[in-house]
Design a protein around this ligand. Structure first.
Ligand SMILES: Cc1ncc(COP(=O)(O)O)c(C=O)c1O
Length: 443
C-alpha cells in the first residue's frame, strides 16, 4: 500500500521556507542572528534544487557525506522495503539486516577486524572508540592533532583540534599535537620526507613528555578533512603505528569523512601502510540517507570484551532503516564501480584541472587531494601564504552559488568534494564555474 500525505512544506516558496526556518530552527556552530541558510527542496545524483526550481551542482556532497549522490534509487528502495518489514528494533535483539550491514563493513576493513559497534553518527563513533581504547589499555589520555575534527560530543569535541574544541573543553585526558602539513609546516620542513620525520619526532616527544603509560590512544583522521584535506606524507602513518606499538598505545583512525569512496579507495587507509586497532566511520557508509556511524573493531579489542562488560550503548544502535541503507549503499557502490569512478575522476579530471587553475590564478597557493577529496588553498600572497581574507571568501561563495555551484568552504579553502558518482562532464562543468569565479574575483 502506498499512501502519501505530501508535507505542506512542498508547496512553499523559497522565502516561506527561509522564514519558517529562521523562526523555529536553531542552527549548528553559528550565531543565529545573521544566518541566511540556502533553502533546498530536492535532489538527484549530483544536483540539488530549491522550492522554485533553481538548480545547483552539488560540489559539497552536503557535509561531505553524500558519496553515492542524492536519491540513489536502490538505497531509497531499500529503506522503503525495510520500512514495510520492521522500522525499529532494540539493540539487544539480533536482526538480520543489522548483521548483514556489519558483515559488509567488516569485509571492507583490513584483515584482523571482526566486529562493528553501531552508533548514530561520527561523533559517537569516536566517543565509543575512545571508550574502548581506555577500557582495553586501562589508561586515560587520548592524543589527537590540532588540525582535526572528530565530532560534537563530550570526548570527540575535546579530541577535535579546531576552534570548536575551546568553548567545549569539559572532558579530561585530551592532549594535542601537530600533524604534518607541509604547506604550512610547523617544523620548518622543506620536503615531504622532512615533514614526516620531524612530525614523528614531535609526536614521540609528546608521548614521552605526557608519560607513555598514561596514554590509551592516538586518534587521527587518516586524511584530516575539514582541517584541509591533509594527505599524510610518506611514512607518517606507518611511523605513528610504530610509536603506538612501542608504547602500548592503541591507534584509532577516523574514516568518518575520508572513508567509503571519498579518496578513490574504499577506506582512505587502504592507500597507506598502516593497520589501526579501531576504525570509526559514518557519512559515506550510507551517504547519510538515515543517520548511522560506528566503530570497526579489531579481533584483539573485540575479544577483550568477551568476558568483560562494554559499558556503552544507544537506543538506535544498528537501526534497521539505517542498516538496510548501508547494505544497499555498499552493494550499489560495488555493482556500479562508484569507488573506481571517484578514483578516475580525481586522477583524470579534478587533479589535472586544478593544477591548471593553480597555474592561472595567483589566488591559489596550493591544490592537493585524491579521488573526490580536494582542497584549494586561497591566499592573499603566494610568497607569504597569508590566507585569503574572510570577506573575500564570503564574496566568492556568493558568486559560485549565483553561477549554479554549491561549494564547500573551510577557512580560506575551497574543498572540491562532489559525490563519488560525478561524471567527467559535471566535474568539468563545476571546475569551469570555479575558474570563471576566480577570474572574475581577480578582475
Ligand atoms: C573526520 C570526522 N569525524 C567525525 C565527524 C563527526 O561526525 P557526525 O557529524 O556524524 O557526528 C566528522 C563530521 O564532519 C568528521 O568529518
Amino acid at each position: 500500500m502506498t499512501t502519501t500525505t505530501p508535507s505542506a512544506a512542498s508547496a512553499l516558496t523559497n522565502a516561506e521556507v527561509s522564514n519558517a526556518d529562521r523562526s523555529r530552527v536553531f542552527h549548528s556552530w553559528s550565531a543565529q542572528g545573521s544566518l541566511a541558510p540556502l533553502p533546498l527542496a530536492g535532489g538527484s545524483g549530483t544536483t540539488v534544487w530549491d522550492a522554485e526550481g533553481n538548480r545547483y551542482l552539488d560540489f559539497s556532497s552536503q557535509l561531505v557525506n553524500v558519496n553515492i549522490g542524492h536519491q540513489h534509487p536502490k538505497v531509497v528502495a531499500a529503506i522503503q522495503a525495510q520500512a514495510e518489514i520492521l522500522t525499529t528494533v532494540a539493540p539487544a535483539h539480533a536482526n538480520a539486516v543489522r548483521a548483514e550491514a556489519a558483515q559488509l563493513i567488516v569485509d571492507i576493513a583490513p584483515d584482523g577486524f571482526e566486529k562493528v559497534f553501531f552508533t548514530n553518527g561520527g561523533a559517537d563513533a569516536n566517543e565509543n572508540a575512545i571508550r574502548m581504547a581506555r577500557l582495553f589499555t586501562g589508561r586515560d589520555k587520548v592524543l589527537s592533532t590540532y588540525r582535526s575534527y572528530h565530532g560534537n560530543t563530550g570526548a570527540a569535541v575535546v579530541a577535535t583540534g579546531d576552534w570548536r574544541r575551546v568553548p567545549n573543553e569539559y572532558s579530561r585526558g585530551h592532549v594535542h599535537f601537530f600533524g604534518p602539513y607541509l604547506y604550512r609546516s610547523e617544523f620548518w620542513a622543506t620536503s615531504p620526507e622532512e615533514e614526516s620525520a620531524r612530525a614523528l619526532h614531535h609526536l614521540e616527544r609528546v608521548v614521552q613528555a605526557e608519560g607513555a603509560d598514561s596514554i590509551a590512544a592516538i586518534l587521527l583522521e587518516t586524511i584530516p578533512g575539514t582541517a584541509g584535506i591533509l594527505t599524510p606524507p610518506p611514512g607518517y602513518l606507518a611511523g605513528v603505528r610504530a610509536i603506538a606499538d612501542r608504547y602500548g598505545i592503541l591507534l584509532i583512525l577516523d574514516e568518518v569523512m575520508a572513508g567509503f569512496g571519498r579518496t578513490g579507495q574504499w577506506l582512505a587507509l587502504d592507500a597507506f601502510d598502516v593497520r589501526p586497532d579501531l576504525i570509526t566511520f559514518a557519512k559515506g557508509v550510507n551517504s547519510g540517507y538515515v543517520p548511522i556511524g560506528g566503530v570497526i573493531i579489531s579481533s584483539e579489542v573485540a575479544h577483550h570484551f568477551d568476558e568483560r562488560v562494554f559499558p556503552g550503548g544507544l537506543t538506535y544502535s544498528g537501526h534497521p532503516l539505517a542498516a538496510a541503507s548501508v547494505v544497499a549503499t555498499i552493494n550499489a557502490m560495488r555493482e556500479e564501480g562508484i569507488v573506481e569512478n571517484a578514483k578516475r575522476i580525481g586522477a583524470e579530471v579534478i587533479g589535472p584541472r586544478l593544477e591548471q587553475l593553480a597555474a592561472r590564478h595567483e589566488l591559489i597557493g596550493e591544490v592537493r587531494g585524491s579521488g573526490v577529496f580536494w582542497a584549494v588553498e586561497l591566499v592573499e600572497d603566494r610568497d607569504t601564504r597569508a590566507p585569503l581574507a574572510a570577506a573575500s571568501i564570503g564574496a566568492l561563495k556568493g558568486d559560485l552559488l549565483s553561477r549554479g555551484l554549491l561549494p564547500f568552504f573551510a577557512d580560506n579553502r575551497i574543498h572540491v568534494v562532489p559525490p563519488c558518482v560525478i561524471t567527467a562532464e559535471d566535474a568539468t562543468r563545476g571546475l569551469d564555474i570555479i575558474d570563471e569565479a576566480l577570474g572574475a574575483f581577480q578582475r
